[in-house]
Design a protein around this ligand. Structure first.
Ligand code: NOJ
Length: 513
């Protein structure tokens, strides 16, 4: 694993909505460059940028039409190259978003593959051998080409599935992973990676990484495929970092990914923490983090130190963190997010508590996700400083509230969430025990009305993190001595007779012996 991942803390940028420098109402690459100092000063040292490539934007750019060309609305390849260089000058690494599972229907590969005559792209996608035959268990496009066949979909109807082969072959039209078509698809995707890595990007967040090989119930085929990718990278770009959107680190890390996310889907119980009717990080006393902790321990037991399990504050596919947890509760949630092992990922705007914008008409396939994708709120000028375009031209309407949070307001208020995030990131940087690969031992697993408490340790030190979202003080037994508080919110924990008492709605980080 590249050394920088030991201390990497990521900021996710949805480029459409971050900062617009040319007044067209949509964010751009130059906008990201202008805000690099903001990101660095907050304490982040790595970026994940959502797809910024040529696309008809049926799914906000996850429907790629040219993998090797920046979409004109964001700028040029030169701009992206400049972003890599400017980020590196500030000690920031940059991951692009790789979408290997599907393309747009407008991708030239797909246009070629629709032709009835055999050509080099005939087997680039998953096609059946007759328009009357559908691929089992997958949606499909049919009746759209002179080619007699149905093409499997990987996600929306504008996203035909690229062909990496089938793990279990049950139909004559299904190809194996070692067939020429699937092998050529993989080679083409390696070329895409090499193109951007050669230009200075540091790696990729891989979209739907577990979806590539079909009829692969345990993911064994897909794991084998990613191992090949890793072997290729190890030879040509050994420093290239890969993080998967898989949601099952025990599988993803076996495939050679350095990191995998815990997500709103999959077995991790991530939603129990912040995105459900009774989240653990709320004062209702009904929330329960214990299934999350149990699954987390089970997963860490399986992956060991093979890579990082990453817990995001949110992303462009989930409702905003602020939808289910209040300002006060978010302080507790951030104490957790920024003191857990693995690399933290903070979604742009979550550092100031941007709200989920309700009742928006879907934009570019966003549907319910649209409200989490609204433009960043920088200051009190026009369009919250995001763009100088007329308000109606903005990519997505902004939070209309007069009290909407902005970076400017929060920078001026020492008690704001912005300052909390900055402070916690500085603590994480200063304390090796809080960093990505240091150990975690749970002391209290956040059952209803119980604290979430854990030790973070490394050779140099042991720290205790204790969080109580509940409106009454809670206690948990402990062996050892609570030391000086390094950080507290809502009151300091105390120790008596082998038990630690955590104040109502509070969070703290303490020395521990
Ligand atoms: C996951 C991405 O995060 C999401 O935004 C997209 O719609 C799907 N994959 C399809 O690419």
């Amino acid at each position: 694993m590249p050394k920088w991942l030991d201390t990497a803390v990521f900021y996710e940028i949805y480029p459409q909505s971050f900062y617009d420098t040319n007044a067209d109402g949509i964010g751009d690459i130059q906008g990201i460059i202008r805000k690099l100092d903001y990101i660095r000063e907050l304490g982040f040292n790595a970026l994940w940028i959502n797809p910024c490539f040529v696309s008809p934007f049926g799914d906000a750019g996850y429907d790629v039409a040219d993998y090797c060309q920046v979409a004109p609305r964001y700028g040029t390849n030169e701009d992206l190259k400049q972003l890599f260089a400017q980020a590196h000058n500030r000690g920031i690494h940059v991951l692009l978003d790789l979408v290997p599972g599907h393309t747009s229907v407008e991708h030239p590969w797909f246009r070629e593959s629709m032709k009835p005559e055999r050509n080099p792209f005939t087997d680039r996608y998953v096609w059946t051998d007759s328009v009357w035959t559908s691929p089992e268990g997958m949606g499909c496009l049919r009746g759209i080409s002179q080619r007699d066949g149905s093409c499997a979909l990987n996600f929306f109807s504008c996203q035909p599935a690229l062909n990496y082969g089938f793990y279990n072959i049950t139909q004559p039209w299904q190809q194996g992973m070692e067939d020429d078509g699937p092998k050529a698809t993989l080679e083409a995707m390696k070329d895409v990676m090499a193109f951007w890595l050669g230009m200075g990007c540091d790696g990729f967040r891989v979209d739907m990484a577990g979806s590539l090989v079909k009829n692969d119930p345990e993911g064994e085929g897909t794991i084998a495929l990613w191992k090949k990718v890793r072997a290729f990278l190890d030879e040509k770009f050994p420093e290239a970092v890969l993080i998967s959107e898989w949601g099952e680190p025990d599988k993803a890390l076996r495939g050679g990914f350095h990191m995998d996310f815990l997500l709103h889907f999959g077995p991790s119980h991530y939603n129990d923490l912040f995105r459900c009717e009774h989240p653990y990080f709320s004062d209702c006393g009904l929330g329960d983090a214990s299934a999350f902790v149990e699954k987390y321990l089970d997963t860490t037991g399986k992956v060991g130190r093979a890579g990082l399990i990453c817990i995001p504050s949110g992303n462009h596919d989930m409702c905003r963190l602020a939808k289910h947890v209040t300002q006060e509760e978010r302080r507790l949630a951030f104490t957790f997010l920024l003191t857990m092992p693995g690399a933290p990922f903070v979604y742009y705007g979550d550092e100031i508590g941007m709200r989920h914008v309700e009742n928006l008409t879907s934009v570019e396939g966003g549907y319910a996700r649209t409200g989490a994708r609204s433009p960043m709120q920088w200051d009190s000028s026009t369009n919250a400083g995001f763009s100088s375009a007329a308000g109606e031209r903005l990519y997505i309407a902004q939070d209309p509230g007069a009290d909407r949070p902005t970076v400017e307001k929060q920078m001026a208020d020492e008690t704001s969430q912005y300052h909390q995030v900055k402070h916690l990131l500085a603590l994480r940087k200063a304390h090796p025990a809080l960093q990505n690969l240091s150990e975690i031992t749970f002391l209290s697993s956040g059952a209803p009305k119980e604290a979430l408490a854990y030790l973070r340790s490394c050779d140099e030190e042991t720290l205790l993190v204790a969080i109580n979202p509940y409106r009454e003080a809670v206690t948990f037994p402990v062996e050892g001595t609570l030391g000086k508080a390094l950080y507290t919110y809502g009151g300091e924990a105390s120790q008596k007779d082998g038990a630690i008492t955590v104040m109502p709605v509070s969070a703290g980080i303490y020395l521990f012996e």
